[in-house]
Write a protein that binds this ligand. Structure first.
Ligand code: LMR
Length: 330
């Protein structure tokens, strides 16, 4: 072999070596999962389970980083950040998508679902599944629903009938339906991020809020709210969401494995949500910091009658056939 050929051959070998080393150390795909609740909640545990499953099955290829407690983004910023590629996964409450789609507002209609079984049936049915893709044109894809549970009303004074809420300030999530729900009982709704709720309650800047047992417990709202009315007036569930660009850009085999891990983590989170609704309620009762008020059927009926007219206001926007399908799931 001539000297020139020898030099060329050594160069080729060196290039091949560097290329294979680069492939071997190719940077893993990073999935940042941002959420706003504590780790010991259905969503917090679901996110951690997802990380654990991905570590086990795709270790080295995909890395999941979970940011709880609004550490990375609050719910009002996370979707913009996702479209910009700054975060890949989140699971905001279904009440926080109204800038992106009208259809998900259905979940905020008061007294629409009798229980979580009805919610599950509707979400897994044709309408619920269609809604997963309702924001695709805006660059967002729903990957599945995650349960938290039914909402309760907490306040600085006992709330037994709608008249008790009159003139009181309630923190709500960013949802026009929830705004109308509280206006329907002559209360004053204020849209505020989850991260501010405890301080607003503690300083008495607001009188009350609505949330699930696990959120009321894990964020200690019960320590600064002497009364919780077990109203079960609405649902607080989540949409696990990703950016269409990120999701479609994943290699097929990786996307399939990630989705499988996510589905398993969601099933795990749903189990946690069912247990927490019972256990966290009991912990609040045992703490004696807050009195849990049970409504008589006649008292509850007054809330239904006061709040249900809200449905009509959103019927056109949401679609009557969607509302009928939700009612039929009861
Ligand atoms: C809230 O803002 O009250 C909830 O959406 C928080 C959550 O993610 O459960």
């Amino acid at each position: 072999m001539s000297r020139n050929k020898l030099v060329l051959a050594s160069l080729l070998i060196a290039v091949a070596f560097v290329a294979s080393a680069t492939i071997a150390t190719a940077a893993p795909i990073v999935i940042k999962f941002s959420h706003v609740v504590a780790e010991n909640t259905p969503k917090g545990q679901m996110a951690n389970k997802f990380k654990e499953l991905v570590d086990q099955r795709l270790g080295g290829k995909v890395v999941v980083e979970v940011f709880p407690n609004s550490q990375l983004f609050g719910d009002n910023k996370v979707l913009e950040a996702m479209i910009l590629g700054d975060v890949q996964l989140a699971a905001p409450s279904l009440s926080k998508f109204e800038k992106y789609t009208d259809s998900l507002q259905i979940f905020d209609l008061p007294f629409l679902f009798n229980d979580m079984a009805a919610v599950e049936k509707f979400q897994q049915g044709p309408v619920g599944q269609k809604m997963l893709m309702s924001m695709k044109k805006k660059g967002l894809i729903g990957l599945g629903y995650l349960h938290n549970g039914m909402k309760q009303l907490s306040a600085s004074d006992p709330l037994r009938v709608p008249a008790d809420a009159k003139g009181k300030k309630f923190r709500i999530m960013t949802s026009d339906v929830l705004e109308e729900q509280f206006k329907a009982v002559d209360a004053m709704p204020l849209k505020k991020p989850f991260s501010e709720v405890f301080t607003l309650l503690q300083t008495k800047a607001i009188d009350g809020q609505e949330n699930t047992w696990s959120n009321i417990y894990s964020k200690k709202f019960y320590e600064v709210q002497p009364y919780i009315t077990e109203s079960n007036h609405g649902v607080l569930d989540y949409l696990v969401i990703t950016s269409a660009e990120f999701w479609m850009g994943l290699p097929d085999d990786i996307r399939t494995e990630v989705k499988k891990a996510l589905d398993e983590a969601i099933a795990f989170g749903n189990d946690v949500s069912e247990k927490k609704a019972v256990v966290d309620k009991q912990k609040i009762i045992d703490s004696k910091r807050s009195e849990v008020i049970e409504l008589t059927p006649a008292e509850r009926q007054q809330w239904v009658e006061a709040m249900k007219p809200v449905w009509k206001k959103f019927e056109k926007k949401i679609g009557k056939e969607y509302i009928d399908a939700a009612v039929a799931s009861n």
